[in-house]
Write a protein that binds this ligand. Structure first.
Ligand code: IDP
Ligand code: MG
Length: 153
């Protein structure tokens, strides 16, 4: 099983879409292993968006991500990193395919509903950035054998 980080961005809270977005991941069959509301800070965003630090929109992006709390989620499943990225869609909501979260819920390059880890390595780093170990919970979904075949791990 893989675990991946999803952040529900301030636009999602402000637009009242938190339940709908979490519902999509639940319906897909991903296990919610952790979830909390957090006020992000400049320092955590400098780490989280380090790959964008030279971009002209970096400060605007950070300000937007600090404008309200976010909801951080740890989602688990087989190939969860790839599955969640595919559900998320292209960065720019105007380019994201219909049927993806960004394709269905936004029209922006920046105000694009969710962050999702882009690789297994990134997911491990990002989960450690946003969650303490005791905030990630291990329980067996009662429908496990109906989500996956017995030989799928
Ligand atoms: P991703 O979220 O699809 O992985 P990244 O390139 O990692 O995309 O960018 C992180 C976030 O930075 C995006 O989700 C979006 O909110 C913001 N962003 C990316 N490119 C732009 C841009 O050209 N203008 C404004 N914001 C952007
Ligand atoms: Mg990214």
């Amino acid at each position: 099983m893989e675990q991946t980080l999803v952040l529900l961005k301030p636009c999602t809270l402000q637009r009242g879409l938190v339940g709908e977005i979490i519902n999509r991941f639940e319906k897909k069959g991903l296990r919610l292993a952790g979830m909390k509301m957090m006020q992000l800070t400049d320092s955590i965003l400098n780490e989280h968006y380090a790959h964008l630090s030279e971009k002209p929109f970096f400060q605007m992006l950070k300000d937007s991500m600090m404008s309200t709390p976010v909801i951080a989620c740890c989602l688990e499943g087989i190939d969860a990193v790839r599955v969640v990225r595919a559900m998320t869609g292209a960065t720019n909501g105007r380019n994201a395919d219909p049927g993806t979260i960004r394709g269905d819920y936004c029209v922006s390059n920046q105000q694009n509903i969710v962050h999702a880890s882009d690789s297994l390595e990134t997911a491990a780093v990002e989960l450690a950035r946003f969650f303490k170990p005791e905030e990630i919970f291990d329980y067996t979904p009662s429908n496990r054998n109906y989500l996956y075949a017995l030989d799928e791990h």
